[in-house]
Design a protein around this ligand. Structure first.
Ligand SMILES: [Zn+2]
Length: 374
């Protein structure tokens, strides 16, 4: 239940330029105007818009869609890191959908990308909707209508039919271009899973809106992504797993093994260069099958370890991602979805690990401060 009036004071971080000293949550809505009635609760600290995980798969595990009980556990684990807005980067809808979460006041907000689209035997089992390339435009249109403004594709994956199996593209350019056009006509954007340079290059040339993982972008592609406004979620935790992915190919797929070892070796350096090149970065934990829910802080810590400036990470985690997704952060009348810290995460993102308060729809749902304290 929302606390009727919460007074938030200290440093209210609206965006990269704007700060305020005081903010109130009144019946679940934010206002900069002091309400007539006294606050029921006051929380002091550095106040940020609720964190955003743009690549998070609430509602599935490696066997497919999970039960509502498991989806609830995943959603709460993510929320309790301060993540109050999730872009679900693809999830099966049967036999269980996560739509019911939209009506739950305790659940983080979700923007769904439909079920990820792939080709049989060209991605993980149980998770994607397998189609043939000719079906891509129609399938993208269907997923756009089933989701919340995004569609997720698998752009590259191992092709075991090659003489030397390696990462290879799934879709021909013409079908991809047509599919993106269909999504855009429906008001949806398209993001794609790509590890390889070929995958990133294709995403850029075919007009995709966003890139997941993006380990293959070189300097020229980074400049192109920046110029076109294509955002990249570098998924740092997933990059850490590339050594295991390489090991899985040992003795069987030597080209693939070498490819992943190189991507693994470059994982931090390449992420820092994305930042330095001015590419719009997003924070995506890729909580899914091999990464547990509630690991968001590992993602921001790894971005910092890679050499991305803390202020840029906070932007990517909060107001920058919200503006990109079109969801209000801290503004007059917006839902009171904020996180409060005793110190400033823009100086050290490790601060994100110790929230004073996580306020969702005007209710203190987690953190050191408990509802009722003054
Ligand atoms: Zn994913």
């Amino acid at each position: 239940m929302a606390t009727e009036v919460i007074h938030l004071s200290g440093a209210i971080v609206v965006d990269g330029e704007t700060e305020a000293a005081d903010l109130w949550s009144v019946a679940g809505r934010l206002t900069f105007e002091k309400p007539a009635r006294a606050a029921d609760l006051r929380i002091d600290g550095v106040v940020l818009p609720g964190l955003v995980d743009v690549h998070c798969h609430i509602g599935m595990d490696d066997a497919g869609a999970v039960t509502p009980d498991e989806a609830r556990r995943q959603a709460i684990a993510d929320r309790d890191t301060g993540v109050l807005l999730v872009r679900d980067a693809g999830c099966p809808r049967a036999p269980y959908s996560t739509r019911w979460l939209d009506a739950e006041p305790w659940a983080p907000r979700m923007i769904r990308s439909g079920q990820h689209l792939a080709i049989a035997k060209r991605y993980l089992r149980n998770l994607p909707r397998d189609i043939v390339p000719e079906e891509l435009p129609d399938a993208v249109a269907e997923e756009a209508l089933a989701g919340d403004g995004w569609v997720k594709l698998v752009g590259d994956w191992i092709d075991r039919s090659l003489p030397e199996p390696d990462l290879a593209l799934l879709w021909p350019d013409d079908k991809l271009i047509e599919a993106v056009g269909r999504a855009h006509a429906l008001g949806a954007r398209v993001t794609t899973h790509v590890f390889s340079a070929e995958g990133a290059a294709q995403a850029l040339r075919c007009g995709l809106d966003c890139i997941e993982h993006g380990t293959g972008l070189d300097e020229a592609m980074m400049a192109e992504a920046r110029a076109k406004g294509v955002a990249v979620a570098p998924t740092m935790i997933q990059r850490e797993h590339f050594a295991e992915i390489a090991a899985a190919g040992r003795g069987k797929y030597p080209v693939w093994e070498r490819h992943f070892l190189r991507l693994h070796e470059e994982r931090h350096d390449q992420a820092r260069r994305l930042h330095e090149a001015g590419v719009k970065l997003l924070v995506g934990s890729d909580s899914s099958t091999n990464i547990p829910h509630g690991d968001y802080w590992a993602e921001t810590d790894l971005m910092a370890l890679a050499g991305i400036a803390p202020k840029a990470i906070v932007e990517a985690a909060t107001y920058g991602a919200r503006a990109y997704l079109g969801v209000p952060g801290i503004e007059e009348g917006a839902s009171a979805d904020v996180v409060v810290y005793a110190a400033d995460p823009r100086e050290d993102v490790a601060v994100l690990r110790a929230p004073q308060a996580i306020v969702l729809r005007g209710a203190v749902v987690a953190g050191a401060v408990t509802a009722g304290a003054l």
